[in-house]
Design a protein around this ligand. Structure first.
Ligand SMILES: Cc1cc2nc3c(=O)[nH]c(=O)nc-3n(C[C@H](O)[C@H](O)[C@H](O)COP(=O)(O)O)c2cc1C
Length: 414
């Protein structure tokens, strides 16, 4: 199921431009790492938007904290005495070359964080040659993204089971019609859960403008201006299935009604049958689930706990990654997300067998701190840091880092 089309040479050299011109130098001075972007986002966007992007499940975002702690705990031991290089980090995924083992995880509602975000993310991913996953509940349509990010466009599908999967199958038909090559089925939202910080903002219910929200927006003029330019975020993919004249609130209510539950294995098999391109399942945390998916003909799995947003009892994705690589790594491409905040995290994931590591919140923090310029800076940081970590470890290619000594005491055994 792998497509074998090569795409143009990676262009990350252009993006990795630390200090090459005064503008980039200034960006790197103000935001030298993704943590700084998070702080910048907190200052620059309305409170409800930051809470949406940044909040997780459990008390004090316990799910998110576990992901960070698990990644931080992994140590890689360098080897010295070889000529130092800043190695290239381009990789092949499903027959295509990408600039780095890094990608944009699918996110519904990034336009809440920065109006127009979906298109900014897609455009920059195409320029940088890294995978961009459009969420089925994102703010841009399949057709728009195919036009601006034709080489890097992966489409993520949630479960729309009504009327014998009429919406889900139509979304897949549309993705196929515009030449999308990778379909990602998200498995890990079997039930709706609560993210306390998001709940308090009112976003989780039927969000309405009230004086408090208006004040939050008025206090952040950059965000308000972007809203005037781009309009209210909307569910661009789902709008055609709702009533033609439906208001945003009606489309939200429609989406909540139609979307739900996690795909069953029978449904995964049905999509496998229907979709001729690369098929990936996202949200796997158990080696036997990975094995089941691969036995149904799935090409890749993304090990993920949904970035700590579903429920805090789940293990960190990085801690189950090695067991899943052992189980299916020879038969399928294993990737991961959840907690990635630096190139060092990307290299940790790669060293443990992930073919790529995806980031969600890091891109939202970039958007929040820098608006439309944010995604390029996030990619620039992640690629630069990935190269630096590989170089420091004595790796000449990403592959080399698979043979360094690793301390990973939290790794789960099944
Ligand atoms: C605001 C937000 C919205 C998300 N929406 C979706 C979605 O629509 N579909 C999906 O499969 N995952 C969704 N996710 C999960 C991400 O794809 C990804 O698994 C997670 O963000 C990775 O963790 P990280 O944020 O720590 O990088 C969302 C995450 C965030 C932060």
């Amino acid at each position: 199921m792998h497509d074998t089309t090569a795409i143009a040479a990676p262009q990350h050299q252009k993006l990795v431009s630390r200090g090459r011109n005064p503008h980039d130098a200034e960006l790197h001075r103000r935001f030298p790492s993704i943590d700084y972007l998070r702080r910048g986002a907190r200052r620059r966007i309305p409170h409800f938007a930051f809470e949406y992007a940044d909040g997780g499940s459990g008390s004090e975002d316990a799910g998110i904290r576990r992901n960070w702690a698990a990644l931080d705990a992994i140590e890689l031991v360098p080897r010295y005495g070889v000529m130092p290089t800043l190695p290239p980090c381009d990789v092949e995924l499903f027959g295509r070359r990408y600039a780095a083992p890094i990608g944009v995880a699918p996110m519904g509602g990034p336009a809440i964080v920065w109006p127009g975000a979906d298109l900014h993310l897609a455009r920059v991913a195409q320029r940088a040659r890294i995978p961009y996953m459009l969420s089925s509940v994102g703010g841009a349509s399949i057709e728009q993204v195919a036009e601006i990010a034709p080489d890097v466009f992966w489409f993520q599908l949630y479960r729309f089971a009504g009327n014998d999967h009429a919406i889900g199958l139509d979304l897949v038909r549309r993705a196929e019609a515009v030449g999308c090559r990778v379909l990602v089925l998200t498995l890990d939202v079997p039930v709706r859960t609560t993210r306390p910080r998001e709940a308090v903002t009112g976003l989780a219910g039927s969000f309405r403008l009230n004086p408090g929200i208006v004040l939050q927006i008025a206090l952040k003029p950059g965000w308000a201006k972007a809203l005037c330019r781009n309009g209210i975020p909307r569910f661009a993919n789902l709008r055609p299935y709702a009533d033609k004249n439906a208001s945003l609130h009606e489309v939200i209510a429609f989406t909540r009604r139609e979307m739900g539950g996690a795909f069953t294995w029978e449904e995964v098999a049905r999509y496998r049958d229907r979709w001729k391109g690369t098929l990936i399942v996202k949200g796997v945390l158990h080696p036997q689930d990975a094995d089941k998916a691969v036995s149904l003909g799935v090409d890749g799995v993304i090990v993920s706990n949904h970035g700590g947003r579903q429920i805090e009892v789940l293990p960190a994705a990085i801690d189950v990654l090695p067991a899943i690589v052992r189980e299916v790594g020879r038969r399928a491409t294993v990737m991961m997300d959840s907690g990635v905040r630096s190139g060092s995290d990307v290299v940790r994931a790669y060293a443990l067998g992930a073919a790529a590591a995806f980031a969600g919140k890091a891109f939202l923090w970039g958007l929040g701190a820098l608006g439309a310029q944010g995604p390029a800076h996030v990619i620039d940081l992640l690629i630069g840091e990935t190269q630096a970590a590989l170089g420091q470890l004595g790796a000449r290619t990403p592959e080399d880092v698979r043979s360094v000594a690793i301390r990973h005491e939290r790794a789960l055994r099944f």
